[in-house]
Design a binder for this molecule. Structure first.
Ligand SMILES: [Zn+2]
Length: 422
């Protein structure tokens, strides 16, 4: 059982409420501000099979950077859109998000009201926009897509539009988003399901369609379109996702500088070429394609789980978000992640112990933030419950990508065990 934090003010930000309707003024203003923000950038927004399509409909988009919102707004104007937004997006500017009809949620929790809010928006005749990966892509490919999205579609029976952005991750990779690269962007909106098709399909067929239509690979896009990224800092930060050396297998000793990625344990170096592919500076190039290296790391974590050797514990610095006015510093705490027990977070605040437990079956993925702006620019993982969020900064370097892999693998393992028992 969780023991809640002993806050002075016991109030919480209420996510269980219906979103406001976005007034026409706001729809116009969002379109205009997005247009201004996109000025001077090379982009194209294309629509397929959307002639005559009027709301309500669902927009399901891949997710790379804030610029995704600005690009999508160019295609949905003049209709109002309600976006599902993570609670940390509400900090300070919560009233603004309420006015524009956003729906707040705490990531990777069981948010029952979210389903009701989505239904409410669609019944009202608006566009509902969701980023079902619920994160910026770490390596330019489709992240974990929960099966619940298919259920949501089946339940609402409105047209579904897939939004696939290309180039946005190359422009501002999640792990080094402060430094923009010059890259042309391409956004495609395509109607992929009609209400009649949804009626005839099973939930798993819907999920299959979604996965097929939302699949993307930014580095392949780069190569196929002959895009050269010439910025001299282009590899800086890449070690945050490529944290394990494929040569000596050491974890968390990778680093990057300029156009190079290197291992501090065995000194092997790779150059990140202008075409988006890697090349070892000596010996074999284990992986030239970044998503392959990333997938290999995921396999290594799954193997550690299978063999029973996976375990994480660390002293972390915690900031919580019971409400959205500001982050509350809770000081140091102990975070553990284990095969049988999932996440536990244990600390003290205002003289009392608190204890948060998330079982492996409770959370299908992990919210990670690289170089997180609001909290002094470190890497964080967010362990959310249904009414609080704990942003934890590990003291050990470069841990968070692996924690996300382990969370997803342990969730899948728990689902498998459930079906075996049934
Ligand atoms: Zn190495």
């Amino acid at each position: 059982m969780d023991i809640e934090v002993n806050y002075k003010n016991k109030k919480r930000y209420k996510t269980a409420k219906y979103p406001m309707h976005q007034g026409l003024f706001w729809t116009w203003l969002i379109w205009l501000l997005s247009k201004i923000a996109l000025m001077g950038k090379k982009y194209k927004v294309e629509t397929i099979g959307m002639d005559g399509l009027k709301p309500p409909y669902m927009l399901l988009s891949n997710h790379m950077h804030f610029i995704d919102f600005e690009l999508t707004a160019q295609a949905t104007y003049p209709y109002p859109v309600s976006n599902v937004v993570s609670i940390d997006g509400y900090v300070v500017k919560w009233f603004l998000l309420e006015w524009i009809g956003a729906i707040a949620t705490r990531k990777f929790t069981t948010d029952i009201h979210l389903v009701k809010s989505i239904r409410h928006v669609l019944k009202r005749g608006d566009i509902l926009a969701m980023y079902p990966e619920a994160r910026y892509t770490p390596c330019g490919t489709l992240a974990f897509l929960p099966d619940s999205v298919g259920k949501l579609i089946k339940m609402n029976k409105v047209p579904v539009v897939a939004v696939v952005h290309h180039g946005n991750h190359l422009y501002a990779p999640f792990w080094d988003f402060r430094h923009k690269r010059k890259v042309p962007m391409h956004t495609q909106l395509k109607q992929i399901l009609t209400p009649e098709q949804i009626e005839d399909m099973t939930v798993s067929e819907i999920n299959e369609t979604l996965r097929r239509e939302l699949t993307y690979d930014e580095y392949r896009y780069q190569k196929e379109n002959g895009i050269r990224i010439t910025e001299s800092f282009r590899a800086e930060g890449l070690h945050k996702i490529l944290y394990q050396c494929p040569h000596c297998k050491t974890e968390f000793q990778m680093d990057s500088k300029g156009t190079e990625l290197f291992c501090n344990a065995c000194s092997k170096r790779w150059n990140w070429n202008e075409d988006g592919y890697l090349q070892a500076l000596s010996g074999e190039t284990e992986f030239d394609h970044i998503p392959d290296w990333f997938a290999w790391e995921r396999q290594q974590v799954s193997r550690q789980i299978e063999s029973g050797e996976y375990h994480f514990d660390d002293e972390v610095e915690v900031f919580s978000l019971p409400r959205v006015w500001r982050y509350i510093p809770l000081g140091k705490a102990k975070l553990t992640h284990s095969i049988e027990n999932g996440f536990t977070l244990e600390g003290h605040y205002r003289g009392q112990r608190y204890f948060i437990h998330r079982q492996t079956a409770q959370t299908n993925s992990l919210h990670v933030e690289y170089d997180f702006g609001p909290l002094k620019k470190f890497d964080y993982v967010d362990i959310s419950t249904e009414n609080d969020s704990f942003y934890c900064r590990p003291s050990k370097p470069n841990q968070i990508t692996k924690l996300a892999f382990a969370t997803e693998a342990l969730y899948l393992r728990s689902q498998k065990q459930k079906t075996q028992k049934a």
